[in-house]
Design a protein around this ligand. Sequence first.
Ligand SMILES: Cc1ncc(COP(=O)(O)O)c(C=O)c1O
Length: 396
Amino acid sequence: MFEVLPSLPADPILGLSAAYKKDTNPNKIDLGVGVYKDEQGRTPILQSVQKAQQVLLANEDSKTYITQQGVQGYIDAMLSLILGNGHSALLEDRVSGVQAPGGCGSLRILAELLTRCDKDLTVWVSDPTWANHIPLIGNAGLTIKTYPYFDKANACIKFDEMADCLSQVKKGDVVLLHGCCHNPTGADLNHEQWQAVVEIAQKTGFVPFIDLAYQGFGDGLEEDAYGVRLLAANLPEVIIAASCSKNFGLYRERVGLAAIVNANAQIKTVTQSQIQNVARGIYSMPPSYGGALVDIILNDDQLKHLWMDEVTEMRERMQSLRAMLVSKLAEKGASKDFSFVNQQKGMFSFLCISPEQVDKLVNQHSVYLVGSSRANIAGINSHNVDTLADALVAVL
Ligand SMILES: Cc1ncc(COP(=O)(O)O)c(C=O)c1O
């Protein structure tokens, strides 16, 4: 039966990884897939995670199924981390949530839930957005449209155009916003722009859907939750998909959170039952391990502080790599001003160079980055920054 199926090309980002692995150039540089790397180019297990693993190993006494919503201590701790302790939505018991397999799993089950509300619903995503948003949301059957977001020529957000577009959105449409560290551009909304988004949502009646995959990687754990907290404080409904892949370094454990801030506690019980039912029909219940580790870390003062220090270290390292690259490029006489890279947040930057220039970087200089010019800043280190800056100067 399978002969009817066409063979598909590799995912462009994962395909880039495979090409990087095959490349025999000893000076090759991987700025492709979005994983954090240290100065040695490794993606280490965080110390807080290692300690939590020991606690879990000593205490876990069964491998029976966990409950359908996942590890409740994990869900509660994540909601406090995202919304802040004492957020009115939490105090009023208006937030439903389940542990899900990664941010991707969260996005997908929330998209499936949206089709149950209205199968003709439109989800607006930023232009550009993370490539996987399209299949994760679109394959659930929802219509996807884009709103203007990033001005590549001037390396900044085109907020007026974004606001104009969102002002035309229909009541009940859903608008996907990156909570922080926008993937792929690294360009985030400032406080005034978040406030403007709230006001547009209040006027038009669109429902915000926040993807929060990098909390702590932008300006800080609290600071990066500014937008989601503001929306949740001012609008009756907010949809949230969060991931622990990056800030806990738990990529392969697949741990995320799908949550909904509801208009009241009664609707919360309905959406809670619905999300669990969606998940039951896809994977039944989530894997326990990653959620159990995050539960241990966030509910232990010492481990939580250790983790917060580790997040700070990762964030500050990425900020210093941005500064190092920008100054190297200026030093080497780059014909383009890259200082905008210092303003971008999180793991990614759009270098705002052409697809042809990216192609030359990959094929002539073994510098691997996505065709859009998205570079994983964490792939830079003091050993490769000169090679990278030389290659960039050469292709400009
Ligand atoms: C914007 C964004 N959302 C969600 C995710 C999902 O991450 P995961 O499924 O690995 O937790 C990612 C991962 O790269 C991402 O960049």
